[in-house]
Design a protein around this ligand. Structure first.
Ligand code: NAD
Ligand code: G6P
Ligand code: MN
Length: 445
């Protein structure tokens, strides 16, 4: 019998929470729960999701003690795992992160370029606050954080809370591997054994085999060169599709791959390698934040309200979030010592030999009760080394700017971003971002 766990989901009102709950319930054999708590700082938003999840838990796993609260002491006491996915400033600030750079012809994206920098300046204090609650009320707990921008948040936690039991994670490699599994005719992405190096939303695969050790790359490369990560013949670029922008991203992997056919790229590299294309294909009046607000947020919340009103979720369309599956896998590895091999965002310490040992990198790690142990990826080629070092510097400058309240360093961070053409454009964007982030950022001097 596995020991039962107590989990708090921080960001209970997230559009992903209901899917995570479904996933947790489906995985009771692998990762049994005794307690599930929601925590959020927006009581009303969280209530919409919590009222529905209460019904779901009652119907499907009544043995789990479920509650929702905005009180940190209640939320973080007697907890084994904190699953954190907060969005400080909400989707309305995401919209500003995306639209302001676009005004200047620069990539407007949630985690890449100036948008990611702006989001980081809001996220850092929010995530640090969660760590402090966890350390105060449940010092033995682990935090699994996927609040974005995970890369800069990870650097901030490395600097500000170096001893905290936090692991930063991302589902993009998992999502890409899902497509690759489809392309290669594998049942599940867990059948892929990988070697990968980089930063979060900024990395490359060097090896992929199946569990029997067969090399997947020759056939995969042929496919990616033609179709990116889309299935052959997928209908692409239809602006009426809810996920139109994601379909474009999966297709664009073909052009990223062409830049370095030795490796298989993360989709997010499109923002750094093809910023001109991205800007030309963005609508400055309707960005991904609008897509999410008009679709995912509306649909999830409408369904949650319907469940709460009907008092049953028997016929619900909410599905176990794919994005949650690897979180359960990670928590299970830490709790039950499975020695699972997973991509995590961790201090480099030589895992990538020829870059800063103090960078936060995304590499395969072995996960057990001991925590995570990164695998050595060795030396990386000049092209990737150059890109990574530039981006690491951006991320470190953001964290330094946050700590020192330094306008100068934040300007330097934006200037150094590969997505920004000049120091003057960086300054114009920065001044606009400061104006709308007054409520969230420290006052810069
Ligand atoms: P959302 O706005 O729907 O939900 C976020 C929730 O966090 C809201 O209910 C909000 O009230 C709450 N919140 C904000 N600040 C808080 C604070 N300081 N303390 C407690 N709660 C707070 O956002 P979403 O679209 O569901 O995304 C949630 C987060 O997950 C985002 O950061 C997103 O970028 C991230 N995400 C990460 C990955 C990954 O790969 N790492 C994947 C998907 C989503
Ligand atoms: C992927 C990334 C996340 C990001 C999300 C955005 O899952 O790994 O880091 O937050 O995409 O998705 P959205 O649907 O909100 O644009
Ligand atoms: Mn991510």
């Amino acid at each position: 019998m596995l020991e039962k766990q107590s989990v708090v989901i921080a960001g209970g009102g997230s559009t992903y929470t209901a899917g995570i709950v479904m996933m947790l319930i489906e995985n009771q054999e692998k990762f049994p729960l005794r307690k599930l708590t929601f925590y959020d700082n927006d009581e009303q938003r969280q209530k919409i999701v919590a009222d529905a999840c209460e019904v779901i838990v009652r119907e499907r796993a009544p043995e789990i003690e479920f509650s929702a609260t905005t009180d940190p002491e209640k939320a973080f006491t007697d907890v084994d795992f904190v699953m954190a996915h907060i969005r400080v400033g909400g989707l309305s600030m995401r919209e500003k992160d995306e639209k302001i750079p676009l005004k200047y012809g620069v990539v407007g994206q949630e985690t890449c370029g100036p948008g990611g920098v702006a989001y980081a300046m809001r996220s850092i204090p929010g995530v640090i606050e969660l760590i402090d609650y966890m350390e105060k009320y449940s010092p033995k707990a682990w935090m699994l954080n996927y609040s974005n921008p995970a890369s800069i948040v990870a650097e901030a936690t490395r600097v500000l809370r170096p001893d905290a039991k936090i692991i930063n994670i991302c589902d993009m490699p998992v999502a890409i591997k899902k497509s690759i599994a489809d392309i290669m005719g594998l049942k599940h992405e867990n059948e892929i054994v990988e070697r990968y190096y980089g930063l979060n939303h900024f990395g490359w695969w060097t090896e992929m085999t199946d569990r029997q050790g067969n090399d997947l790359l020759p056939k995969l490369k042929e496919h990616v060169a033609k179709w990116g990560y889309s299935a052959a013949g997928d209908e692409l670029n239809n602006p009426l599709l809810e996920e139109a922008s994601w379909m474009d991203t999966f297709q664009k992997a073909k052009d990223i791959y062409a830049v370095d056919p030795e490796t298989i790229p993360n989709t997010y590299l499109k923002y750094y390698l093809f910023p001109d294309y991205v800007v030309a294909h963005s609508n400055p009046d309707y960005t991904r934040a609008n897509e999410v607000m008009d679709h995912r947020e509306k649909n999830v919340f409408a369904e949650c309200k319907r469940i709460a009103e009907n008092g049953t979720a028997k016929d619900t369309i909410i599905e176990a979030g794919e994005h949650a599956e690897f979180v359960v896998q990670l928590a299970g590895a830490l709790a039950y010592n499975t020695y699972e091999r997973m991509l995590l965002i961790v201090p480099n310490n030589g895992a990538i030999l020829n870059i800063d040992p103090k960078a936060m990198v995304e590499v395969p790690c072995i996960v057990s009760k001991r925590g995570y142990e990164p695998l050595a990826m060795g030396e990386i080629p000049q092209f990737q080394k150059g890109m990574i070092e530039q981006q690491v510097s951006v991320e470190k400058l953001v964290v330094q700017a946050y700590l020192e309240k330094s306008y100068q360093k934040l300007w330097q961070a934006l200037t150094l971003s590969k997505t920004v053409p000049s120091a003057s454009v960086a300054k114009e964007i920065l001044d606009d971002l400061i104006a709308v982030n007054k409520e969230y950022w420290p006052e810069l001097v």
